[in-house]
Each structure stands twice: as C-alpha cells, then as structure tokens.
Design a protein around this ligand. Structure first.
Ligand code: AKB
Length: 313
C-alpha cells in the first residue's frame, strides 16, 4: 500500500507531481505538505493538505505517524538565486531539513524516498559540455554545495542503512502552472509569462547563455519512472544526470517570437549571470537512459506551443 508524503507540495515541481501521484494512487493516499504558502481552494479540495517545516523533525514525524507513510518525496528546497542572498537559510533548509527526513525515513522503515538534486551540483571546473555522470563536483553557489552534500548524504544512507533513496539532477524546468521561486533558470519561464502578458521581456542573462532545460511534463514523468523502476536497476545512489534540450537565451527568445511575432526581448544580465556561467551547457544522461529507459519528449517548439497556449488561457 502506497501512503505518500510530499514536502514542498506548493512548489514548482510539487504542484504538478502531486496530481499525477493522486491519479495513480488515489487522492487520499498522497499527503501534500506545504510550509508558508496557503494553497488554493482547488488544491485543498484535491486531497489531504498539511502544513509542516522540514527543519522541525517532530512536525514531520507526527505526519508520518498520522498517515502511516511508506513513501516520501522530499521536494522542499531553497533555490540558487535566493540561496546566494541567504546562505544560512539555504543550508538549514536544504541540508538540516534533508537530514531530518532521511533519519525519519530510516526510523520508520520508509520503503522509497525521492529527493531532487540539480545541475547546480556542477561548477566551473566541471566539463561544461556533455557533462558526464561521474565528474568534478565543485559548485560555487551555496545551493550547489547543498546539492553535492545532499547527494553524498543520500548515498551514505543507502550504503549504511539500506534506505531506497533515489534522486535526479534536474535541469531548468519550464512550466506554466506555478512560477518557480528564486532560481537562476527562471528566465526560461518568465519569458513566456511576459511575452503573453506584455509582449516584451527583459532577460537577466546574456543572450549567448546556454543551459540545459526540460518541460515540466518530462520532469514529472522522469521522477515517476525513476521511482517506479525496479530497485536492482538503480545503479546511481547520489543523483542521476537528467537532460532533455539545451538552448541559448537568444534561441529561446527567437523561438518565442516565431509564435508571438510582436514579441521583443532585451538582455540585461544581473548577479544571476555568474551562477549561470558556472553551470553546464549540456548534460550526458546516458546512465539514466540505460538504467531505467529515460527518454525526453518535449523539444523547444513543443514547449513554446504548450506554454503560450496555456498561458493565454
Ligand atoms: C535554479 O535555477 O536554481 C534551479 C535549478 C537549476 O536547480 N532551477
């Protein structure tokens, strides 16, 4: 019986993963956990919702006991741009929060757990083209530092306690339902919002900036497929490289303009440029493709069509 706890329920990934899990396992079997944001009435009606802070172990323990949880998706995280403004908060949430959940997962013999890593685990000394699965991990952001430490912590709990923990290094994720909060790849979402609402966008990275990106539907399916894969197929217990497509900010702007011909994009790089420059331009995710059959579906045209269609609604 799957009784699933999802932290970070109202975040960019949580808000789209939860409906999928509820469809598969039944709405009452997926417990959405938020922290500071009030959910919409529609979200409240869609299944159980609780408020808790992952930094408070007892609050999470109470939920595991109340709902007899056996699977956890721990999605809470302070992203890269916000992390640079408040490194202590990033460490506290991303590492102390994760450690609480890992300890509870061992204590309550949780069957399976998911935790998101990111391309932010890489840094300027990593090969930035076609970045291999196993490579140099020397990030220069606190967010990246917490991702590397978190990956190693997850692997340690697998080796030491046999916890079935699985993770993905997500690229930038493009989606229209919930805005991402405080990341560096957010320009690839904001451009669509502004293009539809205002007809123009001032992009905060240079036009040649190229980063790996993925549409939300692919990201949700990757998460689902990783968690459904047979245990013996999982050969990576830090986090799998995961990729779909890479494009520059200029290519993105040009693509948006093919669907909205009056759209104008300007480029005014800010402090997030430095973060973007430290991350890979493309990712080698062959291990995920070999181990559990990963394949992406959305290219840039398909993403633009979906984003513009849904945002216009
Ligand atoms: C961010 O930009 O911080 C995130 C990420 C790549 O993990 N979207």
């Amino acid at each position: 019986m799957n009784k699933i706890l999802v932290t970070g329920a109202l975040g960019q990934i949580g808000s789209e993963l939860i409906p999928k899990l509820r469809e598969k396992f039944g709405k009452d079997n997926v417990i959405a956990v938020g922290h500071h944001k009030e959910p919409t009435e529609e979200f409240k009606k869609s299944g159980p919702f609780e408020m808790a802070d992952c930094r408070n172990k007892e609050e999470i323990r109470a939920l595991i006991e109340k709902y007899n949880i056996d699977t956890i998706y721990h999605l809470v995280g302070v992203l890269s741009a916000v992390g640079e403004k408040n490194p202590n908060l990033a460490w506290d949430v991303n590492i102390n929060g994760l450690k609480n959940i890992l300890d509870l997962a061992v204590e309550y013999k949780i069957e399976k757990m998911f935790w998101p890593s990111s391309i932010a685990a890489f840094g300027p000394t990593t090969p930035l083209e076609n970045t291999p699965q196993k490579t140099v991990l020397e990030p220069t952001t606190i967010y990246g530092v917490t991702k590397v430490a978190g990956e190693l912590l997850c692997q340690y709990y697998f080796v030491k306690y046999g916890l079935d923990i699985r993770s993905l290094r997500y690229p930038g994720i493009i989606s229209w339902k919930t805005l991402p909060g405080g990341g560096t790849t957010d320009y690839a979402v904001a451009i669509y919002y502004d293009a539809v609402q205002k007809g123009s966008y001032d992009c905060f990275v240079k036009e040649e900036t190229t980063l790996p990106m993925m549409y939300m539907d692919d990201a949700v399916r990757a998460t689902w497929e990783l968690m459904e894969a047979k245990k013996e197929k999982i050969t990576i217990r830090t986090a799998y490289n995961l990729a779909a497509i890479s494009f520059s900010a200029k290519e993105l702007a040009e693509n948006v303009a093919t669907y909205l011909p009056d759209f104008k994009c300007t480029f005014t790089p800010d402090e997030r440029q430095k973060i973007a420059d430290s991350w890979p331009r493309s990712i080698d995710d062959s291990q995920a493709r070999i181990d559990w059959g990963w394949q992406h579906e959305f290219d840039l045209d398909k993403i633009s069509i979906e984003m513009i269609k849904n945002l216009k609604k």
